[in-house]
Design a protein around this ligand. Sequence first.
Ligand code: C5P
Length: 228
Amino acid sequence: HRTGDLSGRRIVVSAGGTREPLDPVRFLGNRSSGKQGIAIAEAARSRGAEVTLIAANLEVADPEGCDVRRVSTALELRDAVVAAAQGADVVVMAAAVADYRPVTVSDAKIKKDAGDGGLTLELVRNPDILAGLGSEPHSGTLLVGFAAETESDDEHLVELGRAKREAKGADLLVVNRVGWNEGFASDENAVVVIGAGGDVVTRAHGTKLSVAHDILDVVVSELTTTAR
Ligand code: C5P
């Protein structure tokens, strides 16, 4: 597959899902398995790239030949991505990052009340890591974002992707449909890649590895046409 077309390139990939602790034994998390991000890391490695994988609570084995840095929370992920992004050719934000985290993390396990009342959690916004990278000068670094959406209407999915690419200052935005039974834990995926000007650059479906290669084809073509 596209042998060596990423050699000499340094790629940072974030994968998995962040966990925001509530107390020593509980967290707020999401269903991202990390499979699509891992597939991108593996595919980039096999095409000759030097790959740094920022791994958030992966449910799958580490890919071989990548520099793996483990993180858990959104703030840890941000610090690791920002550090690794320095001088990188490409940053792919495939991780599912929690939009909110608990205001306080209890030192002791939160106990339930004697009564049967509910519990209210107070949350604060996490920084948007991709938007942060996109709003700072990042010449020479191609930024690739993901958007996992539950809309079933294709046109609407593309619209959401366009808006998200603009809002985050990403060069490419990969939209994929997720639901109770698709996207996250699955070994297959179907995506639409949005490029500059909101154009649909490519559509890909199949195994997460084959989708990863199709996304990297777009990355390689962007890297060469914009002479980074
Ligand atoms: O806004 P939304 O979460 O749908 O955006 C998804 C994209 O933004 C993904 O590329 C994800 O990794 C990134 N993201 C981020 N920081 C956040 C939330 C999402 O970088 N706090």
